[in-house]
Design a protein around this ligand. Structure first.
Ligand code: 5GP
Ligand code: ZN
Length: 108
């Protein structure tokens, strides 16, 4: 499902450009437009989910695949040491309400 007002849905669809790092049928990794670390990639499910706290037991079927997608994106980028961060809610700093993992490497 796609949210037509969501910029990450547009990136997932290919209608908004991004620097793609890795993708498969269900997940996409692309470089953050305003990197907060020497390497800063966002890993998203292609289907629209606003935020982590919207996940339910039904999502447990694909969440393991999401973890593996983060791992695959990191491997594609030759990263071994990195941080993974999810912001949840405006007061956490979440600006884009399409679930995304920040994949951050501070040592360039
Ligand atoms: P949040 O603060 O929601 O956890 O993180 C959203 C991230 O998306 C921010 O780091 C921001 O720089 C990035 N971002 C926002 N708009 C775009 C965009 O149009 N393209 C890309 N590649 N990154 C974006
Ligand atoms: Zn979306």
């Amino acid at each position: 499902m796609m949210n037509e007002n969501c910029i990450f849905c547009k990136i997932a669809q290919g209608s908004l450009p991004a620097q793609i790092a890795w993708s498969d049928d269900h997940f996409l990794a692309f470089h953050d437009i305003h990197p907060k670390a020497p390497l800063h990639v966002l890993v998203i499910p292609k289907m629209h989910i606003s935020q982590l706290s919207d996940l339910t037991a039904q999502d447990s079927t694909w969440l393991g695949e999401y973890m593996l997608a983060i791992n695959k994106a990191a491997k594609r980028l030759n990263l071994n040491h990195y941080k993974v961060q999810f912001n949840n809610g405006i007061e956490s700093g979440q600006e884009i309400f399409h679930l995304h993992a920040h994949l951050l490497q501070y040592l360039a």
